[in-house]
Design a protein around this ligand. Structure first.
Ligand SMILES: *Cc1c(COP(=O)(O)O)cnc(C)c1O
Length: 361
């Protein structure tokens, strides 16, 4: 990327498959506009007159691809996450959320009338204890978690969670913002990564501004869940539908994601190359196999200094500090893409080695 005339290699974007600037997505948009079949704007909310054919087709194609009865488009992942808990959970119900969930899931819990209880990161025993309490109170529970944790890169233990959700008849709501497109042989995300199929009680949010390279998000789930969201989801009802032309871009991106086996393989290799080389120069990485590779530095000043120094060397790596992450866990959040070349990754490691050498002095 270029900022004020200076060139940087971007290691902070979520464009995991390099689709954000893909010529065939641009082409699909141009052709659709030129054919005069689509307007740019939707003109109204979905329930008024804003729901156009392209939205409808995108929803059907996403649901079919992931094996759900239905899917619903939202303008952003943030809004999708506001809607799910608010629409499906009532007063007296209990939301059980991982402590490191994305901010939008926390805000979503606040918008609902249900009680929020958080469990320690990835701790399935703690989750089960809370499910038992919820059962004793005769309350409906919803388990809510990132699939791939956005600031940490680790993946939630989905098989255990699915079993717990079944045992306690709870909803299982997974925000797979960073898994959709990147994980699993066909890019279907966390569920495919673990060889699992979604159940009737499963709800998945996928964002379309990350691996898809477009913008917006979807909620996928059973017909009942989707119908409830349409009828009661305030962040769905009280807002203008996303531009129709964005749904055209999403449909093209879906085709590319479905065909992106080679890119997913390249992404895997890039992640492996980075992890091995980073370990060799003594960097402390978070345990992550995903495209999100945090370098733990502890205090905010060091994270900022390192980020600044990498900038001088032509690499853009954002420092992540509290309140986005807990105190004393400031980090550089490196994200890898299939669009990175092995040389670019090797150069980043060289620039990082200058910093580890200095720190050792
Ligand atoms: C990016 C992100 C979101 C928000 O998606 P937007 O489309 O950017 O609003 C939600 N959840 C997680 C885990 C994310 O990383």
């Amino acid at each position: 990327m270029q900022i004020n005339g200076l060139q940087f290699i971007n290691f902070s974007s979520n464009d995991y498959l390099g689709l954000a600037n893909h010529p065939s997505i641009k082409q699909a948009v141009i052709e659709s506009l030129q054919s005069d079949q689509t307007s740019y704007g939707a003109g109204a909310a979905h329930l008024v007159t804003g729901h156009h054919l392209e939205h409808h087709l995108a929803e059907d194609e996403i649901a079919d691809w992931l094996g759900f009865e239905g899917a619903l488009l939202f303008s952003t992942g943030y809004m999708a996450n506001l809607a799910v808990q608010q629409a499906l959970m009532q007063k007296g119900d209990v939301i059980l959320a991982d402590k490191l969930n994305h901010a939008s899931l926390i805000d979503g819990a606040k918008l609902s009338d249900a009680d929020l209880k958080r469990y320690p990161h990835l701790d399935m025993q703690a989750l089960e204890r809370r499910l038992q309490q919820t059962q004793q109170q005769n309350s409906q529970a919803m388990i809510v978690s990132d699939g791939v944790f956005s600031m940490d890169g680790d993946i939630t233990p989905l098989a255990e969670m699915q079993a717990l959700a079944k045992k306690y008849q709870a909803w299982l709501f997974i925000d797979d913002a960073h898994g959709i497109g990147t994980l699993g042989e066909n890019g279907k995300g966390c569920f495919e990564h673990f060889g699992l199929e979604p159940d009737e009680n499963t709800i998945v949010v996928g964002t379309l501004g990350k691996a898809f390279g477009t913008s917006g998000a979807f909620v996928a789930g059973s017909e009942t869940a989707i119908e409830t969201l349409i009828q009661f989801g305030r962040p769905y009802i009280y807002t203008t539908a996303m531009p129709q032309i964005n749904a055209v871009a999403i449909r093209q991106a879906l085709k590319l994601v479905q065909q992106a086996k080679a890119s997913r393989e390249t992404l895997k290799q890039n992640i492996e190359q980075f992890k091995q080389a980073a370990r060799q120069i003594g960097l402390q990485l978070w345990p992550s196999d995903s495209a999100i590779q945090p370098i733990l530095l502890g205090n905010s000043e060091t994270a900022l200094q390192w980020s600044e120094s990498l900038k001088q060397d032509g690499f853009w790596v954002t420092a992540i500090r509290p309140p986005t992450v807990p105190k004393n866990q400031s980090r550089l959040r490196v994200t890898l893409s299939s669009a990175h070349s092995p040389e670019q990754i090797a150069e980043l490691i060289k620039a990082l080695k200058k910093l580890t050498d200095q720190a050792a002095l």
